[in-house]
Design a protein around this ligand. Structure first.
Ligand code: NDP
Length: 317
């Protein structure tokens, strides 16, 4: 098999309901779908262990003691354990320099026991994230941030897909929502979410089939003029901005699919980028926060770690 054309899990449609538009939006249950995918990943990991006598290994590098980062890394460790993936945590002090972190990345690149490497972001100000992420072996780059992997995604032949957009496509597929021919608006152009999301949905094909690509994508950002006039046209609206309740009902096309990537800590607790309570009265489908896109991101990291292990086994075979 061509290693560059990895097949990601196909939808087990037996366990999912095809969602239909109603007056008040249907919830897109990212949490439930994550559990479904994690069960499938566990089975594949068991097969991998049976075939190769070892578990896939994910190494996380955590620099400093940012509370949110600690929570994210702990969640990833727990998810790994559930799926039968071994996880390692490499802690470095908050004072670490670019060179200190690079030395750890090089050590993990050279460690044949380690299949996937993730450097938890954000890094302390003195560390150059770009230099560090560029140093990760592209075959171990389970976050798909390395320029090699970004280039492959842009050419429509991904080795890994970045976890959040990857999870969103999985969720849409499993809810019976196709993207082909649809008008998609992505708000936010980060390298982690918005940009790869737009690239993936605008391709001719995807690993889940052409029906999960071929969208007409508009990528919006802070300099976009008349944002609402663009979002109102979108059959699928994906918000990855980092501003609480930014998307209001007047910005949503009636019946649209609304995917809220935002995770904002407010006095009211965690809220998304979409005003959920009023947005759900206009949208056809909507993701909650929490319990929407977040769990899918962790889940797709597991899937990418397994893929990394498979790629590495093949490359030495
Ligand atoms: P970034 O801060 O890197 O990017 C935010 C984007 O939003 C930028 O492109 C910015 O535009 C755009 N933006 C900001 N203000 C406006 C505005 N007024 N109008 C239009 N666009 C605007 O964020 P991330 O992509 O990393 O994260 C976005 C959100 O998603 C955050 O809340 C984050 O916590 C969350 N997140 C959730 C994940 C999950 O698993 N659910 C995973 C990753 C992130 P410009 O480029 O012009 O500055």
């Amino acid at each position: 098999m061509d290693q560059r054309r990895i097949r990601y899990p196909t939808a087990p449609l037996t366990n999912t309901k095809k969602l239909e538009h109603a007056m008040s939006a249907k919830l897109l249950d990212g949490k439930g779908i994550s559990k479904e995918i994690q069960k499938e990943t566990k089975v594949k990991v068991e097969q991998f262990i049976a075939d190769h006598g070892e578990s896939p290994v994910l190494a996380a590098v955590l620099v400093g003691d940012d509370p949110a980062s600690q929570v994210y890394v702990r969640n990833k460790e727990r998810a790994c354990a559930r799926a039968g993936i071994e996880s390692q945590l490499h802690r470095l002090p908050a004072t670490s320099t670019t060179e200190d972190i690079l030395a750890k990345v090089v050590e993990l690149n050279e460690d044949s026991q380690v299949n996937g490497i993730l450097v938890q972001l954000p890094l302390p100000d003195q560390a150059d994230s770009r230099v560090i992420l560029d140093a990760i072996d592209p075959q171990k780059d389970v976050d798909a941030f390395h320029p090699h992997n970004v280039g492959l995604i842009s050419q429509g032949r991904p080795q890994f897909l970045p976890c959040t957009p990857h999870g969103i496509v999985q969720m849409l597929k499993r809810c019976g929502i196709e993207t082909t021919g649809k008008s998609v608006c992505v708000i936010g152009r980060s390298d982690i979410v918005g940009k790869p999301m737009a690239m993936m949905l605008g391709q001719k094909d995807s690993d889940l089939g052409p029906e999960m690509a071929n969208a007409t994508v508009t990528l919006c950002h802070s300099r976009t003029q008349n944002l609402a006039s663009i979002t109102q046209q979108a059959d699928i609206l994906i918000a990855a901005i980092g501003r609480p309740n930014f998307v209001t009902p007047d910005m949503i096309k009636p019946g649209a699919v609304v995917v809220d990537v935002g995770i904002n800590r407010t006095e009211q607790g965690l809220v998304g980028d979409v005003d959920f309570d009023s947005g759900k009265e206009v949208a056809g489908f909507i993701t909650p926060v929490p319990g929407g896109v977040g769990p899918l991101t962790v889940t797709m990291l597991l899937e990418n770690t397994l893929m990394a292990a498979i790629i590495q086994i093949k490359s030495i075979a």
